[in-house]
Design a protein around this ligand. Sequence first.
Ligand code: ATP
Ligand code: MG
Length: 560
Amino acid sequence: MSEEPREKPTNFIRDIILEHNASGRFGGQVITRFPPEPNGYLHIGHAEAITIDFGMAAEFGGRCHLRFDDTNPAKESQEYVDSIIETVRWLGFDWGKHLYYASDYFEQLYQWAEQLIRAGKAYVDDLTAEQMSEYRGTLTEPGRESPYRHRPVEESLDLFRRMRAGEFEDGAKTLRAKIDMTSGNINLRDPVMYRIRKASHHRTGDAWCIYPMYDWAHGQSDSIEGVTHSICTLEYEDHRPLYDWYLDQLGVHHPQQIEFARLSVSHIITSKRKLLELVQQQVVSGWDDPRMPTLAGLRRRGYTPEAIRDFAERVGAAKAAKVVDIALLEHCLREDLNRRAERRLAVLRPLKLVIENYPEGQVEEMEAVNNPEDPSAGSRKVPFSRVLYIEQDDFRDPAPPKYFRLAPGAEVRLRYAYIVKCTGVERDSAGQVVEVRCTYDPDSRGGDSRGRRVRGTIHWVSSSHSIPAAEVRLYEHLFSAPRPDDADDWKTVLNPQSLEVVRGARLEPTLAGVDRGSRFQFERHGYFCVDARDSTPARLVFNRAVGLRDTWAKIEKASS
Ligand code: ATP
Ligand code: MG
């Protein structure tokens, strides 16, 4: 199918790269990297960074590395490494052979640290963490020099080697850069380069008991890899002078850091700390709970990589922070699945419908279009018989005003089949409708052959041919507040209705044995994905990825 080419939104990062290429800086090369810390699962915000990092490299014929910034063994794990690798690949990006770990550079970083000590640019400090923050000063007051700042180079070198050898306890000493305690930029007030942490690392095991700070590792890792454009989020803008200082002191390759605003999406939190709390406190079933803003959760919910990339591209890289409406994310998925997902009939809350004048035992195969957006998807046959199920919601007695579905005396079209007229109902002893009776018009099959129109069309499945769904899971936003990050306590803004489990749904028989992860549109209900974790052929479980109502399309229309 042809699609109108969407113009790429302007992007200040592209403009900077174009400038570099014009001036010959980096010789026209574009090497970027995506540098996650393996301390949690990737979320929708990371998708933005990934799309920019890989997208810019691809656009300029360069390459993008996947590098784990694994400098903090206390919070990192192999589980996170594995999930990140799988997720970036699932999004559709390829780093080739350029998979790196900051921990691979620990020895080089250590050697460079010794080099700075020898040059009088770094020293071992004995101040405690509390003392250090007291000495650091504030935004309005300069810091004070540590009494250890001027200890002889040889002494620092000796102490640093003994730190590495494990002679001191956690927190007893640090290595600090000797820059400027009076700098207006607090990051330059003798930042810590190494701390002692006697913890096992998921890759280096017990080889190290001193670990580099992120700020000491990050710029040098970029430099080692020959990164030209080190794209990161805005909170690192104030760290750039420090990264520059380190690289200048070492006299090594100097990437250009470019900062953009973090992506925030309404109704979503992206703080990894808070996401971890949601998992640990079992508010959700895990990192990949379909309500989570993690890419693993969105994937399980039914999101496609294409929809997520489309969303990231439409949001684009911005210099100023803004909150993107979650309706845009949903809109991107709806657009993608509208083109690709086959339609199916599913009755979520069944009510029996008996066609009194339809011959007992007769079965007709009704031709149903698989995807009106995609003729190549063809059609399928859906069995029709005397006893059907329709949605409870599609019958009312009495009918409210403007109700065009089924009600006593009213007519409705059964999708892909006949027009039926309601003749009566059966109720149980409590007065609940348990069965609707009707007659059908044998001449009305398929379309309105006699030019007869009825206002409503409802979907159905045959009672004896349909198959059960063990669970159909319907989701709402995990947080009812549009900006859950603003709440003092996220627990106060949780949406108690974020998950509804519907049991007893009936599906058209072509859904038997569907693969986990496959996606369909259930007509009139939305797009659904076969749950990748819990669904089995004998116990089908579907997640609603997104409903059919497009609030974003309305927002766009109103604003254009
Ligand atoms: P932490 O708080 O643990 O540092 P983080 O969100 O910064 O978490 P990282 O693993 O360090 O997570 O992020 C990897 C990359 O993704 C970084 O370059 C970071 O700037 C970028 N990134 C993280 N969150 C977002 C977001 N919401 N929008 C855009 N980019 C993001
Ligand atoms: Mg980070």
